[in-house]
Design a protein around this ligand. Structure first.
Ligand code: RB5
Length: 150
């Protein structure tokens, strides 16, 4: 798969650890985040990763900021993006199985690097269940997105 990754200045070091893991898992990486030591406002990489995933240029997205929250909020402004900030592996699995999340966000100031690797590995190796009830709920989210501003 092609994985888009983005981060702000709170997450440069964890981003390199996560990029190593993603490469080890055999995926291609599109990195639009801040290099270590460079400051960037989290909405910028959040939106960039969202656009790469929404356009199909990337299959899934990984975002990292201090908490994982701000950068996921930015990604969720892109139509078609279902991004979730996650701090545990069970949620990482369930956002794929139930929500078909296409972007995951983690907080470099919240989650240690070993847990972060487990979370990302779980996200990248879990598929959407495809069950009707889950698809119906995701479709309701897409419907709301279509109705926005109307
Ligand atoms: C940056 O200091 C910090 O606010 C940011 O990384 C993130 O935690 C926002 O949600």
């Amino acid at each position: 798969m092609k994985i888009a990754i983005g981060n702000d200045h709170a997450a440069g070091e964890l981003k390199t650890t996560i990029m190593d893991l993603i490469s080890e898992l055999g995926h291609e990486i599109i990195d639009v985040g801040a290099p270590i030591g460079e400051a960037i406002d989290y909405p910028i990489p959040g939106e960039k990763v969202g656009r790469l995933v929404a356009s199909g240029e990337a299959d899934l997205g990984v975002l990292i900021c201090g908490t994982g929250v701000g950068i996921s909020l930015a990604a969720n402004k892109v139509k078609g993006i279902r991004a979730a900030a996650v701090s545990d592996t069970a949620t990482a699995r369930l956002i794929r199985e139930h929500n078909n999340a296409n972007v995951i966000a983690i907080g470099a100031r919240i989650v240690g690097s070993e847990l972060a690797k487990d979370i990302i590995k779980t996200f990248l190796t879990t598929d959407f269940s495809g069950e009707e009830r889950h698809q119906r709920r995701i479709d309701l989210i897409s419907d709301a997105e279509e109705r926005f501003g109307k």
